[in-house]
Ligand binder design. Structure first.
Ligand SMILES: [Zn+2]
Length: 381
C-alpha cells in the first residue's frame, strides 16, 4: 500500500481477471482529477454537494464483486476488495451520514421523488462464497441492507468456477513454466510469466476441457492437475470454498430482508437471441426461487455489465422491474430503471475518489477514457 489517499492498488496493476477497467488509468489525468478533488474537499465543495438538493434527488448504487479472504485482491484488485478496505468504505458511509437503503426501496422512491437525502444502495455481483464469509458479517455489523445478484449454474454444482479458478491458479504460478500435458491439446511447456501468456493458457485449457466433453467432472480434474503444476494445495482450495459461488443451502440461509437475492442469469451470460436470453433468466429464476421460497425475483444485474437495447423489452416481458449496469453514474428520476448506473468500487479507487462519488462530485468530473471498459468473459465463459 503506497497511497496516502487510502486503499489503493498501486503496484498491483497486473490483475489476473481484467474484467473491468482493463486499461490502467492515465497518470496525468488521474493526478489532475485528484488535485481537483483535493481542492474541492479543502474548500468545502464536497460537503456542500453531499448536503445539496441536487444530491438528495439522486441515488448512488455501489457495486462490489468479491471480498478477499486471502490473496485474491493482489490477483485481481478490480474484482476483490480486502476486508479492511471494505470496512473502511462502510465506515465512510456511516460517518458521512449516508442513508443506505435496499435497492428495491431506492428504485421505488427514486420514481416517486421520496428518496432520503444522501441515498446509497449496495449491490454485490455473482454471489461468491466470500460474500457470505466476509460480506454478510460486515453488512450485519453496520446494519446495511444489500442486494446480491446470484448466478446459479456453479451454485448448484458446488465446485469452483472453472474459468475464474484457471485464471487464479495460472496467476499463482506466474513465476513458473509448467508442463501442459493433460491440460492443453498437444501438451508442451506453458509460460505463465505475463498476463497475456496466462490468458492464452486459460483459453487453451478451456478449449481442451471442452473438447473432452466439458462438465464439472472434467473441469475439476483439470483444476486439480493445474493446481499441482503451480504448487497450490487443491484440497485446501476446495475446502476453503475459494472461487466458489455460494451453495443452495448457503443461499437459502442468507439473512432476509437484510440480504435480497436477485437475478444474474444461470450461466453468467446474456445471449443476443431472445429465446436463449429468456432461458438464462428463467433457469436462474427457477433455481433461486427454489432456494429462496417466497422471494420476489424481479431485479436483474447484467453479467459483466453487458447491455444491449434488445434486452429491454425482453426484460419487461419477464417482469423485471430494475436492472443494473456497470456504467458509472448516479441514478435520477428520469433514469430508465432497466439501465441503472452503478459505481463499480474497487481497491484501485482512492479514499478521496470514493468520497467524491458518495457526494456526487464523481459524476460531474471528466472521466478517464477507457478504450475497452468491459471484456465479456467475466466468470464462466
Ligand atoms: Zn457477474
Amino acid at each position: 500500500m503506497t497511497s496516502t489517499e487510502g486503499w489503493s492498488a498501486n503496484g498491483h496493476s497486473d490483475g489476473g481477471a481484467r474484467v473491468l477497467f482493463s486499461l490502467p488509468p492515465r497518470p496525468g489525468l488521474k493526478s489532475a482529477k485528484l488535485t481537483m478533488l483535493r481542492t474541492a474537499k479543502r474548500t468545502g465543495v464536497l460537503d456542500a454537494l453531499r448536503e445539496s438538493r441536487w444530491r438528495s434527488r439522486r441515488l448512488l448504487i455501489l457495486a462490489y464483486h468479491g471480498i478477499a479472504l486471502t490473496d485474491e485482491a493482489e490477483w485481481s484488485p478490480e474484482l476483490y476488495m480486502p476486508v479492511p478496505a471494505m470496512r473502511e468504505r462502510f465506515t465512510m458511509l456511516r460517518d458521512g451520514g449516508y442513508n443506505v437503503i435496499p435497492l428495491r426501496d431506492a428504485v421505488a422512491r427514486l420514481a416517486t421523488g421520496t428518496l432520503p437525502p444522501r441515498a446509497v444502495a449496495l449491490t454485490f455481483d455473482d454471489g461468491t462464497h466470500d460474500f457470505l464469509a466476509a460480506g454478510v458479517p460486515l453488512l450485519r455489523e453496520f446494519g446495511f441492507p444489500a442486494t446480491v445478484y446470484v448466478t446459479s449454474y456453479y451454485a448448484a454444482k458446488e465446485v469452483p468456477v472453472f474459468r475464474m479458478a484457471c485464471r487464479y491458479l495460472t496467476w499463482a504460478g506466474r513465476d513458473r513454466q509448467i508442463d501442459g500435458a493433460g491440460l492443453v491439446a498437444g501438451g508442451g511447456a506453458l509460460d505463465l510469466g505475463t498476463l497475456d501468456q496466462r490468458d492464452a493458457v486459460v483459453e487453451a485449457i478451456g478449449q481442451y476441457a471442452a473438447s473432452r466433453g466439458g462438465g464439472t467432472a472434467v473441469e475439476t480434474a483439470c483444476l486439480r492437475l493445474l493446481a499441482e503444476r503451480v504448487g497450490v494445495d487443491f484440497d485446501a482450495f476446495v475446502t476453503e470454498q475459494r472461487l466458489r459461488i455460494m451453495s443452495p443451502t448457503e443461499i437459502a440461509t442468507l439473512p432476509r430482508p437484510l440480504i435480497d437475492v436477485q437475478l444474474h442469469t444461470h450461466r453468467h451470460k446474456v445471449p443476443l437471441n431472445g429465446e436463449a436470453f429468456r432461458r438464462e433468466i428463467g433457469d436462474n429464476r427457477s433455481a433461486l426461487g427454489a432456494w429462496c421460497p417466497g422471494a420476489e425475483l424481479d431485479a436483474f444485474c447484467y453479467p459483466s455489465g453487458v447491455t444491449d437495447p434488445r434486452f429491454l423489452p425482453w426484460l419487461r416481458d419477464l417482469g423485471i422491474r430494475s436492472a443494473v449496469t456497470c456504467d458509472p453514474g448516479l441514478a435520477e428520476s428520469s433514469t430508465d430503471p432497466l439501465l441503472l448506473p452503478r459505481l463499480v468500487d474497487s481497491w484501485r479507487l482512492t479514499r478521496l475518489e470514493f468520497e467524491a462519488w458518495l457526494t456526487g462530485a464523481g459524476a460531474l468530473l471528466p472521466r478517464v477514457p477507457r478504450r475497452r471498459r468491459y471484456r465479456p468473459a467475466a466468470v464462466y465463459d
